[in-house]
Design a protein around this ligand. Structure first.
Ligand SMILES: [Zn+2]
Ligand SMILES: [Zn+2]
Ligand SMILES: [Zn+2]
Length: 156
């Protein structure tokens, strides 16, 4: 059972007692295709392919897909969570406050930090949920700041 084969998305729904519906398939596909998307973006993607799917259905479907472990979320923006596939969660998000670019940093690159927390205080990090906000290399260069330390508090 636990080989490298990824469980099929529909099996994962059935195994958790959910029906496989075209809408669930569409929403899951939208997350996979967008890589990262807020409910609104996912809705936009689905809506461009089929009509008759509304935003609240997308919200409910995202909850179902998250419950069965197909997708998970991070917080890139204030407000809506951003969803991505569980399969792709071996990364940390680097979010540029200036240009809003989101770059994925491989889990490997933060391994010392993750391992240190694991050892003391024995904390297991949910990597896929982690978003680090700051300024990307390009924006740091143009603004002449190497390390962005913002005094304003946008986190509420
Ligand atoms: Zn969260
Ligand atoms: Zn992600
Ligand atoms: Zn930037």
């Amino acid at each position: 059972m636990n080989d490298n084969a990824t469980p099929r998305w529909d099996d994962q729904l059935r195994a958790n007692g959910y029906r496989v519906t075209p809408q669930r398939h569409l929403v899951f596909q939208a997350v996979a295709e967008l890589h990262h998307g807020t409910p609104e973006e996912i809705y936009g993607h689905v809506h461009s392919q089929v009509e008759g799917v509304n935003l609240s259905t997308v919200y409910r479907t995202l909850e179902v897909l998250e419950n069965v472990g197909l997708i998970t979320h991070t917080h890139i923006e204030h407000g809506s969570p951003t969803y991505h596939e569980v399969q792709s969660q071996g990364h940390v998000h680097l979010v540029c406050r200036q240009c809003k670019a989101v770059n994925a940093l491989a889990a490997e690159q933060v391994r010392p930090f993750v391992e240190a927390l694991q050892q003391d205080p024995g904390f297991t990090v949910d990597l896929g949920h982690l978003a680090i906000h700051g300024m990307c290399a390009g924006c740091s260069e143009t603004s002449g700041v190497a390390v962005a330390i913002r005094k304003d508090h946008t986190d509420e």
